[in-house]
Design a binder for this molecule. Sequence first.
Ligand SMILES: Cc1cc2nc3c(=O)[nH]c(=O)nc-3n(C[C@H](O)[C@H](O)[C@H](O)COP(=O)(O)OP(=O)(O)OC[C@H]3O[C@@H](n4cnc5c(N)ncnc54)[C@H](O)[C@@H]3O)c2cc1C
Length: 413
Amino acid sequence: MANEIRVIKEKCTGCILCFRECMFGAISIIDEERQISDGRRIKKLARIDLDKCTFCGACVAACKKFAAIELKKEESAVHLDIDPSHYRGIWIYAEQRHGEISPVVYELISEARRLADKLGVKLSAVLMGDKIESKAKDLIYYGADKVYIFDDPVLAEFQDDPYSELLAKLIAEEKPEIVLMGATNIGRSFASRVAAKIRTGLTADCTALDVDVSTRNLLQTRPAFGGNIMATILTPSHRPQMATVRHKVFKPAAPEPSRKGEVVRKNVNHSELVVRTKFLKFVKDASAKVNLADADIIVSGGRGLGKPEGFKLLEELAEALGGAVGSSRAAVDAGWIAYSHQVGQTGRTVSPKIYVACGISGQIQHLVGMNSSDIIIAINKDASSPMMKMASFALEGDIYEIVPALIKAIKER
Ligand SMILES: Cc1cc2nc3c(=O)[nH]c(=O)nc-3n(C[C@H](O)[C@H](O)[C@H](O)COP(=O)(O)OP(=O)(O)OC[C@H]3O[C@@H](n4cnc5c(N)ncnc54)[C@H](O)[C@@H]3O)c2cc1C
């Protein structure tokens, strides 16, 4: 059944409460004189434009007194039970590609382990793919108590439909209270589909997590309003609570090969799977010489470079240090460097051992992407800029004098 919404003409008083509440401009008040069920003659009627309506239910709540709007929501294929007390345990999705577990998974396990211990529950990992069973032990060594495995050729390449169907059904059966995924390209697409299927909330791109032991609510912190505030978001009345977490926000724990855990193999019932997309081929991005997210040293440039050629100089410094080149959004917007190098809120989160910020002022949207770097070296003409103030080493002066001198000194050593 699809979503349905209607105004009950016999009850609507044309009071405009629903009109005021609708954020999508889907309600208008039209002229239509008639008698309503309490005998009154009414001249106005609310009308809902179905092309604009998102079936959010805000108008139904606003019309509680008259109960003149009826909303029937589409039933999910998955049986839903949102009573929080029926849900226990923390899950992480162990994203893998071609048999390689994504590094964010080990960071997630480490943080999820901390949260599971705080709540006194088990930590489980869900591993999906083809011929990936051997990876289960790694997840246990890093902190999982249990690993659910879907190992089947149909899962060889990530596709939203079969993956989300299987995970949503498993969640509905096993009822974990928290499900975490990496905020990778796959995680962002996958988590939202699963959350929609099981009708729960999802906080994307979290930079900090915690739990309130008394309510068992997950405290999901992420930048909001353009990065100007850090918002902590709760999902108090739905379960599970779902969040995606950025790479490099948490540090992975060291593996313990003596750890023991349970492996649960799950069957894939092909006849129940709907696969609406076809995987054609995998094309590796050959443009990035060093993966920014994994680099130990990053030399980043900003608007202060003044011209695209400035990045040639930074490449030379990065090469001398054995690092990667990053950038601020201002440099990307100016067309001086590709977006794949952008660090920050709308770029990548990085956490290198050394971050060299050349001509970057240090606006909050840039800082949220690199402020967990171990050592920050800032090169800037303006000693009062935020980046210079937060740097471990602040070099005041012109990039075009300082950087060549650094390259020369490093090469001489
Ligand atoms: C929703 C939203 C998301 C955003 N996401 C991101 C993001 O992901 N990443 C990001 O970086 N920004 C992001 N921004 C933009 C951010 O607000 C800043 O505009 C941007 O980071 C500024 O870049 P910058 O530091 O290179 O430039 P500026 O702020 O202009 O700083 C240039 C610096 O260079 C110095 N300088 C100038 N000439 C020289 C010289 N010759 N030698 C030495 N120093 C010099 C100046 O003193 C100055 O400090 C976002 C903004 C919004 C609204």
